[in-house]
Design a protein around this ligand. Structure first.
Ligand code: 1YM
Length: 647
């Protein structure tokens, strides 16, 4: 292969190969970034940030800046060595051009260093380039400033050239790009929260690296957000538990690496007074929602070391059973983060780390640490063991309670609660169940519904706060038992969606703070015990109108938001009407309720979705946890109390 620069106005065979490569990405973007939805759009940003994070993890960059401007142009800047600019011996063009035009060029070109922060499918800068309207890179290196530009999905627009000089101490890479709207048909608009949360997470997962996020759009988020955590995942655990009461002062933290395999491990954990667990595992900075070997190693070690300690110190008698993983879960918050040179992801959605050696190494590093920590901190050991023992006792009681509840209500037999006003149809795909707050509204709903396909389950008062209660209490609650019976699909780990009796579960509460609180309780319950129903998109929130414009007895128009009311007022010109504010569902009669909230033709339903398990968990814990103040503020501030409500 020749060592001369390719002329970009007359194509050579290498050029054509390059174009074919990037063309393949444009033809099948899904193969490289998963999807061309908003998720895929954001992947472009992650890919470029990953390159900067790799440079930081290699010890060269200290600070990374990410900005999004009002035209959705993204700029990522780092103060690393600067991408290599010399002619690449294999391609005959600059290495930076090679990086941006040859698929999977990543770390293979740089002399063996592997990519640590792995993007989806391990794609890199060239994929971003292929899917961009244009992309520019500016490189500061050896006292010189270089520039290169691509357009139309990765074609070289301006080959690499020197555009100036700089202080030789000033080095780094800047990449700017505009995603191609022809690829991202749903639009190229970035979401503030998605970027903000992921950048923050990157900062938590990579201690000491500073990530500055500049949101330049003219909206409420405009400004700079700077993230840098010297404590890394230790601070992540503190962040996750900011609204909890911790059981002891310090977060347990360890890190280590295995020389032979180059696998690095970090674990941080804390216990709080709640009964739920927040344990999240990552490989190469990517969340592994389905766990895998690193998580298995963590659980196995936690249980092994604590049980050994508990037996050695007579917290558990020799003939008593061990504490189980379930016992050790209650109130546990932990992050397990591994860095692996060759991760293998398994499972249908590739959310599970398959490398068995990750387990061995977590066992060793976390095990040695925990054993020693417990010996040195017997007071902490005692607190953890006592928490787990009380969980174990509660579990036994719950088991008994469940069995008795099951016998009493006969969950599987098709018996239905008497309060349920069921629908005629037995085709779940068209059936809906409205869970209605309060008996009076329940009455109107029962009269107003279409009984062919709409069932009504009235609930009285607030259902039990499931976050605070333990299992056996939850199943003592009559309202909750009725819901479980009505759904017909079982609950918890035994759920069977094929038995679900309604494909729309609609929560209907008053449009006030109390109503929102009840919705939040309901969602927490569904989230904890019927997660697949939320994931499957079966759960909705009804939106009753806030106002009616009334003329005499007749309602001229219903308004569901304050903005709508303002618009309606303008539309009405000379017409005389009074604005009626609905405080509760009970104020509407049966036909009004049908018209506004039940009739599929007119009603507004919000579908509840969980895009981000961590985030949802946070909101729920905050809403339901022991700390009253943040909850109160949140409910007052957020009319729409859960982030992921789709309209
Ligand atoms: C805003 C995006 O890409 N930074 C970046 C990338 C590289 C280097 C430094 C780098 C790596 C190496 C040597 C090396 C890349 N290099 C390569 C390749 N920021 C951003 N900063 N010198 C510079 O790994 O040996 C790919 S990315 F291929 F050259 F190694």
């Amino acid at each position: 292969m020749s060592n001369t620069t390719i002329q970009h106005d007359n194509y050579t065979s290498e050029d054509i190969q390059v174009l074919e490569g990037l063309e393949a990405v444009r033809k099948r973007p899904g193969m490289y970034i998963g999807t061309t939805s908003s998720t895929g759009l954001h992947h472009l940003v992650w890919e470029i940030i990953d390159n900067s994070v790799d440079e930081a993890l290699a010890g060269y960059a200290k600070r990374i800046e990410v900005s999004v401007d009002s035209n959705d142009v993204v700029t990522v800047k780092d103060d690393g060595r600067g991408m290599p600019v010399e002619i690449h011996p294999k391609t005959g063009v600059s290495t930076v051009e090679t990086i941006f035009t040859i698929l999977h060029a990543g770390g293979k070109f740089g002399g063996g260093a592997y990519k640590v922060s792995g993007g989806l499918h391990g794609v890199g800068a060239s994929v971003v380039n292929a899917l961009s309207e244009w992309l520019e890179a500016v490189i500061h290196k050896d006292g010189k400033v270089y520039f290169i530009r691509f357009k139309d999905g990765g074609k070289v627009d301006q080959p690499l050239k020197e555009i100036g000089t700089c202080d030789p101490l000033e080095t780094g890479s800047i990449v700017r790009f505009k995603a191609d709207p022809e690829i991202f048909k749903e639009g190229t608009i970035y979401d503030y929260k998605t970027l903000h949360d992921r950048i923050r997470q990157m900062a938590f997962l990579n201690k000491g690296i500073r990530l500055d996020f500049y949101w330049e759009k003219e909206d409420e988020h405009k400004g700079e957000h700077s993230f840098c955590y010297e404590g890394g995942i230790k601070e992540y655990v503190e962040f996750l538990d900011q609204n909890e009461n911790r059981l002891f002062e310090n977060v347990l933290y360890c890190d280590g690496a295995d020389k032979d395999t180059s696998i690095a491990v970090e674990v941080a954990l804390q216990y709080n007074t709640s009964y739920t667990e927040k344990v999240y595992s990552f490989c190469n900075n990517i969340f592994t929602p389905d766990g895998g070997m690193h998580l298995d190693g963590f659980r196995q070690t936690l249980s092994r070391v604590i049980n050994t300690y508990a037996k050695d110190n007579n917290y558990i008698k020799k003939d008593e059973p061990n504490l189980t993983n379930d016992d050790l879960k209650e109130g546990l918050t932990a992050i397990i983060s591994v860095k692996h040179p060759d991760p293998q992801y398994e499972g249908q959605t590739k959310g599970k780390l398959g490398n068995a050696e990750a387990k061995t190494i977590v066992n060793k590093i976390f095990g040695d640490f925990l054993k020693r920590y417990l010996l040195e901190n017997p007071d902490v050991a005692k607190i953890i063991i006592e928490k787990a023992k009380s969980a174990s006792e509660a579990r036994l009681a719950a088991q008994k309670a469940r069995e008795s509840v099951r016998r009493k209500d006969d969950f599987g037999s098709g018996n239905l609660p008497t309060k349920l006003k069921d629908c005629a149809s037995r085709d779940p795909s068209i059936c809906e169940i409205y869970i209605v707050e309060g008996n009076s509204a329940g009455g109107s709903a029962q009269l107003g519904r279409d009984s062919n396909f709409q069932a009504i389950l009235p609930l009285r008062g607030k259902i039990l706060n499931v976050e605070k209660a333990r299992m056996h209490k939850i199943f003592d609650n009559a309202e909750i038992r009725m819901m479980i019976q009505a759904f017909g699909c079982g609950f918890g780990e035994e759920i069977d969606i094929s038995k679900l009796r309604y494909h729309k579960i609609v929560i209907m509460t008053d449009a006030d703070v109390d109503g929102q609180h009840i919705s939040a309780l309901m969602l927490t319950f569904l989230y904890r015990y019927f997660k697949p129903l939320i994931e499957g998109g079966y759960v909705y929130i009804a939106m009753p109108p806030l106002y009616g414009l009334q003329k005499g007895q007749k309602v001229l128009r219903y308004c569901y938001t304050d903005e709508e009311l303002e618009l309606a007022k303008r539309d009405f010109g000379d017409e005389k009407y009074v604005v009626q504010r609905y405080k509760g569902l009970g104020e509407m009669d049966a036909s009004q309720l049908w018209e506004t909230t039940l009739n599929p033709e007119n009603r507004t339903l919000k579908r509840v979705s969980i895009e981000d398990a961590i985030d949802a968990d946070q909101v729920f814990s905050m809403l339901m946890g022991d700390e009253v103040e943040p909850r109160k503020n949140f409910i007052i501030e957020n009319a729409h109390f859960v982030k992921n409500l789709d309209y």
